[in-house]
Ligand binder design. Structure first.
Ligand code: MN
Length: 377
């Protein structure tokens, strides 16, 4: 658990007996290399541990004992916080979808006809989800050139700033969840950078959707923020018109007031607002399970690129530079339309906490390595 510039080791905390009574077996659960065992326990267990940790961290009686379990953040190395089961990526920002439609299909209706009827998504590649800090090797692939198809290192590497939701409680085959079931199954939130090779994507994506252009690496932040920590960040989600089918209807429709910050070689280039997302994560989960597929602990579903109405709120460089027509000038003097080898991207986020506090998310960072030099995963 990250607290300011320190980390509380839950394994040590449990061994000290300080988590007794929260779970039947806290030492065993927190001695695992990932959060999966804990995430599978469900909401009552998540709350019991969270409440106990709040007491431990605020009540002075525990300060001396707890010191044994605190480690400076600078002394740790981060790993994937959970074992990723299946990975799904949605496409739920109306601003993003309209921008991409205008760029990729000029003159045509920007939104596909079903876009407002269901949250569009695709099954991605769970095995190439990597933790923040993992170097990202420029992928090679096939793309179109004026002289015909060619194969080589991608010439158009991009990012997608997204928010990811992590499933804790699994379901059995045939279970269909409603939007109201969301908080009983989803443990928490990570930040996601869905690295995208636009040249490969553009050549391959019709009619079956993204394939290799998005399968080489997807980075996530190392800290999962529990949904309960985001209670004060809930905000009404945009009104949906036309109305959605019953299985996607929500009695209380909410999103999260979370602002992402995208830095390109240190320069803040965009601040996408997650509150503008047309489809909520609860609807995404209801749609994902609407055919009865079983959820697994560690399933990750990402929101899709988060973009707002302003250019500086766009969560991809495709939009930010409007297909390369309007390059971005960075503070170091660099002029960019897409990622160059050696470039670094950092995505962070903030959300309102209780009593005027601000919740920070773990960053998701990556540096681009030249093609063929190793790297992710
Ligand atoms: Mn994406």
């Amino acid at each position: 658990m990250a607290i300011g510039d320190q980390v509380l080791c839950l394994k040590t905390t449990a061994r000290l007996g300080l988590l007794d009574g929260t779970l039947p077996d806290p030492v065993e659960v927190f001695s695992q290399p990932t959060l999966n065992a804990f995430m599978a326990r469900g909401r009552a267990a998540w709350r019991a541990v969270r409440e106990r940790l709040t007491i431990l961290l605020t009540d002075e009686r525990y300060q001396e004992t707890l010191a044994e379990a605190l480690i400076p953040r600078s002394a740790i190395r981060v790993h994937l916080p959970f074992e990723v089961a299946d990975y799904v990526d949605f496409y739920s920002s109306e601003y993003h979808a309209v921008n991409v439609g205008r760029i990729f299909r000029p003159g045509a209706e920007p939104l596909p006809p079903q876009w407002k009827q269901l949250p569009i998504g695709y099954h991605g590649r769970a095995g190439t989800v990597v933790v923040s800090g993992t170097p990202i090797m420029r992928p090679t692939g096939q793309y179109r050139t004026p002289d015909g198809p060619a194969y080589g290192p991608s010439r158009w590497l991009d990012i997608e700033a997204e928010v990811g939701f992590v499933v804790g409680v699994p379901t059995t085959y045939g279970t269909r969840l409603t939007p109201e079931d969301f908080a009983d199954h989803v443990f928490g939130v990570v930040l996601v950078n869905d690295w995208s090779a636009r040249d490969i994507q553009r050549w391959e994506y019709q009619p079956l959707g993204p394939f290799l252009g998005k399968a080489f690496a997807t980075s996530i932040s190392p800290w999962v923020v529990p949904l309960d920590a985001l209670a004060a960040a809930q905000v009404p989600a945009p009104v949906q018109d036309p109305p959605v089918l019953d299985y996607l209807r929500e009695s209380r429709r909410y999103g999260y007031d979370l602002t992402l910050h995208v830095r390109w070689n240190g320069t803040l280039v965009a601040s996408p607002p997650f509150s503008t997302m047309y489809w909520t994560p609860a609807q995404q989960l209801a749609h994902l399970t609407s055919g009865g597929l079983p959820l697994r602990t560690g399933d990750l579903f990402a929101s899709g690129t988060v973009s707002g109405p302003e250019r500086r709120q766009c969560g991809s460089f495709l939009e930010l530079t409007w297909n390369g027509a309007e390059p971005v000038t960075l503070a170091d003097g660099g002029v960019r339309t897409c990622l160059e080898d050696g470039d670094r991207v950092d995505i962070t986020a903030t959300a309102p906490g209780i009593d005027g506090t601000v919740i920070g998310f773990g960053e998701v960072s990556g540096v681009i390595l030249p093609s063929g030099t190793g790297g992710a995963p």
